[in-house]
Ligand binder design. Structure first.
Ligand code: SF4
Length: 271
């Protein structure tokens, strides 16, 4: 990925000459009241065009954006996504080789010795609950799908411990079926961009899905999650080092000074 140094204006900064005509939100706003006013005045067509522009620029900013969890097949992705709750992708990636060497498929994991499985997932925290989830999930896959991961949202969300977010991660990344993954980063950025005011993840998913072609949903999810992890943090977003500042009505929510903002940028995801 591109490492943003922030010592000069970011691409897409307000000084770029080509931007003003591309969006109804033509200049960054620094107060929430003005943000609301500028977004409220935007036409639907303007919103769609601005949203897609932001996604295109984020795609250029993060050309390698993908899931940061390692996996070899749908079963592995389903398991590591379940395990990634309340821990980092890096930690999950660290236990993955041992986990799947011991239990390469759902049948093997469903028959796992509980204490052995607990010891393997122990470094991730909540090891009893996570072990229980994996045993139940694997058993359900064996009983209902002959050990295979079903490639349909409506089937995935009925599996123990699998919510809509996990299901969309698996569909998008293991099966190539477009899905929007609304995690905390996605929801926050969608609201900061003025794409939606919804806070319920399912409502965010539907509202944002209407702005983009379905084929773009999976990469859109990666782009927002990567940007949220690296630049547009919950506390103190690095606005002065942000490549989509020009199209963001929340510009100014974090430091706009390039040098100050550059220090806030993380060059890795969930370490
Ligand atoms: S970092 Fe600032 S300008 Fe960039 S997307 Fe987040 S709120 Fe908007």
């Amino acid at each position: 990925m591109e490492i943003i140094t922030g010592t000069s204006r970011p691409r897409g900064s307000p000084s770029d000459a080509d931007g003003a005509a591309e969006s109804a939100v033509s200049a960054p706003r620094r107060t929430l009241g003005r943000v609301s006013a500028s977004v409220a005045a935007e036409t639907r067509t303007g919103l769609v065009r601005r949203a897609r522009k932001i996604d295109r620029v984020l795609g250029e900013t993060y050309p390698d954006a993908t899931t940061e969890l390692d996996f070899d097949d749908p079963f592995q992705l389903l398991v590591v996504t379940v395990l990634s709750a309340q821990t980092t992708d890096k930690r999950v990636n660290a236990v993955r080789p041992t986990l799947f060497a011991a239990y390469p498929d759902a049948r093997a994991m469903a028959a796992a010795d509980r204490a052995t499985l607990e010891a393997i997932v122990g470094p991730l925290g909540f090891f009893r609950a996570k072990t229980e989830s994996l045993l139940k999930l694997s058993a359900a896959l064996v009983e209902q799908y002959d050990g295979q991961v079903p490639p349909r949202l409506e089937d995935l969300v009925k599996l123990p411990g699998v919510g809509r977010k996990t299901a969309n991660v698996v569909l998008g990344n293991a099966f190539g079926i477009p899905g929007i993954t609304v995690d905390t980063h996605f929801g926050r950025l969608a609201r900061r961009f003025g794409w939606t005011t919804e806070t319920d993840p399912v409502k965010v998913e539907h509202a944002v899905g209407e702005l983009f072609p379905k084929k773009d949903w999976t990469m859109l999810s990666h782009h927002l999650i990567w940007h949220g992890r690296r630049v547009c943090h919950s506390q103190k977003p690095a606005c002065g080092a942000c490549t989509v500042a020009k199209w963001c009505p929340s510009y100014g929510e974090g430091p706009t000074d390039p040098v100050v903002a550059a220090k806030l940028v993380k060059t890795e995801g969930r370490a």
